[in-house]
Write a protein that binds this ligand. Sequence first.
Ligand code: NAD
Length: 335
Amino acid sequence: MKVAVFSTKPYDQKFLEAANEGTNHELFFLEARLDGTTSPLAAGCPVVCAFVNDQVTKASLVTLAKQGTKLVALRSAGFNHVDLEAAAELGLKVVRVPAYSPYAVAEHAVALMLCLNRKIHRAFNRVREGNFALDGLMGFDFHAKTVGVVGTGKIGYLVARIMKGFGCQLLVYDPYVNPDCEALGAKYVYLPELLAASDVISLHCPLMPQTHHLINETTVKQMKHGAMLINTSRGALIDTVAAIEGLKSGKIGYLGLDVYEEEADLFFEDLSQKVIHDDVFARLLMFPNVVVTGHQAFFTQTALESIAKTTIENITAFEQGQPLVNEVSFSKVKK
Ligand code: NAD
């Protein structure tokens, strides 16, 4: 099938081409991000392949549908950037990659925790300048600390499991109990209790209307003073302005972000020669106790191979009229 692959980076092309060997879909790689203005680039392609910051909005979908697109194949697990209602109205199917390597994201969340605690980002710069003084680099033992995991699905469970290995106490919050998490000895509590008792809080729930700005002015106040907050899930789980106020007051002692609510205009591009116009983001970068990575938690070889393989399988299943096991539909999500 003809597939327009939006937001292509060289690594996407490499892994998709490898996964497509023997299947031979016609892949058209486009650097452009999908939105209402770039959707005409997919003319003649029954399949459009999109990533996390593509705008799979009603405007984009209307043009795609008019041009004959029938399937949107997401190269991501998250689908908060897709107007599923519009897709259903227009008769477009949407498929995703529900799991590729939860280990990649869980391990990155823990990397942010370790970096912030032991101030690796600061030590790296100091040592390169010949400054071997330790003042300001003191950390704490994770052992016996309380880690709060919000969302105990595939990634949240693994974070809990890794932190259990460090000897941490585990508090977790999720509307659905994961028995594997309970088997680790994790205690399910409501969010305010988790926030009040956790030394480290790691977010692993999806972005939905119910979780938008889950961390806000009110919930920051519920946190333990000086707690560490980690978000590798989706940027808009955190009200960034409230987080900045929390950092200024010391309520948030450490902030590790792999995602940011306005990341679409920043992440995945080299902007090192440009002025950053987002003052909220620029303020975040000024704190010594904030580490930001540019949505790279998924970025391991294992994960990229798996994303490409499942994406090609999803497209082949659609072509052959097989059941779309990875379909995400408005009717299912509404339930
Ligand atoms: P998952 O579906 O396995 O788990 C999500 C969990 O969140 C589920 O157990 C669900 O019950 C729970 N949940 C739903 N609503 C909740 C709420 N209101 N409060 C608390 N928990 C709630 O998903 P996953 O594979 O573990 O992925 C989690 C998130 O990680 C994804 O939604 C995605 O946004 C993000 N992600 C980020 C990257 C990255 O590179 N940074 C990569 C992959 C996934």
